[in-house]
Ligand binder design. Sequence first.
Ligand code: UD1
Ligand code: UDP
Length: 354
Amino acid sequence: MQRILTIIGARPQFIKASVVSRAIQAAEGIEEVMLHTGQHFDANMSDIFFNQLGIPRPDIKLDIHGGNHGEMTGRMLNEIEHALLEHKPDRVLVYGDTNSTLAGALAAAKLHIPVAHVEAGLRSFNMQMPEEINRILTDQVSDLLFCPTTTAVKNLENEGFARKPVKVMQVGDVMQDAALLFAKKAVPPAGGELPDRFILATLHRAENTDSPERLASIVKALNQIHREQAPVVLPLHPRTRKLIAEQGLEINVHLIDPVGYFEMVWLLNHAQLVITDSGGVQKEAFFFGKACVTLRDQTEWVELIEAGANELVGADYDRIVDSARQHFGRTVKDTEKLYGGGEASLEIVQVLET
Ligand code: UD1
Ligand code: UDP
């Protein structure tokens, strides 16, 4: 029996791990030990996903959140190392590009425990983003690199991975597996009527929320779109809620608390347009056939731009407002199966089993 220790901690990782964990449970010969770092901790940022998506309860729950990046990552590194020494896994499995990802990968590599990275090879080429640092370093210490896209594989080739004794595999995107699996569970968010026709927005990335100018410009644009074009429904990330309050900004859109995945799928299904700076939500817009206006200067999901499904507008007020006007109500189609078509978790587990 092979023992895999999975490290998760932030919202998108719960969604990604849910489908891979299912496939692990269906496979024989793998025992999964689940470690939750505690990076996300509110009920609607963490517990709700375990309840809805049937993710195994964490065997190890750390309570590490907040603080500067070094502090958070360092505390995780220390405590994850203890957990690895105690549980002695054959392999560690990490997802994405958060501080939990890097701490998990580094703790394992230092103990010579092999690391599998789901969502390997993604690059924005913007080293100002904490995620870019996390993903580059995580890839460097991984020996199984599960890439979601052709571009991700090429990025690793360009960084010399073909010459390293590691396996780089294009398996597709586990988020598409999740979207397909849970689409039928869609439920409207509780707590008040939503408008019939609306735009779904999300906003939380550090490069937007930590910059007073960018945050003010985006909030102003969302207010304008809400007033002139169509109601904007915004499930507000706790980081953004804090920073909007700190900056004294006035936000006049339809705010709701962060929602579970079943509610999110419902919102994606019913929205006329998606406006976001999230990595995951850009793709989900596409999976649900909606155009996406992306509040970033680069994206790791370049194939969406090439397919004309997604437009990058940064934090520029005029570009956001114009793009929302242009793409409102447009539908897009996944004709080329850019993200693998929903079999990524099965492929990953087949490799893990061997
Ligand atoms: C983190 C990831 C980011 C990912 C995002 C997904 C890093 C560096 N960033 O960003 O890549 O896109 O998760 O959502 O790992 N907070 C709460 N309650 C919670 C969670 C967070 O109040 O349940 C607060 C924290 O206390 C903190 C702020 O939100 O003040 C930011 O949380 P943090 O985990 O540091 O970063 P995210 O912005 O969530
Ligand atoms: N999500 C959710 N509820 C919300 C907002 C987002 O379930 O209120 C889901 C979303 O559908 C996607 C994931 O969380 O699957 C994306 O996470 P987030 O935007 O926090 O992080 P990123 O993908 O940018 O790292």
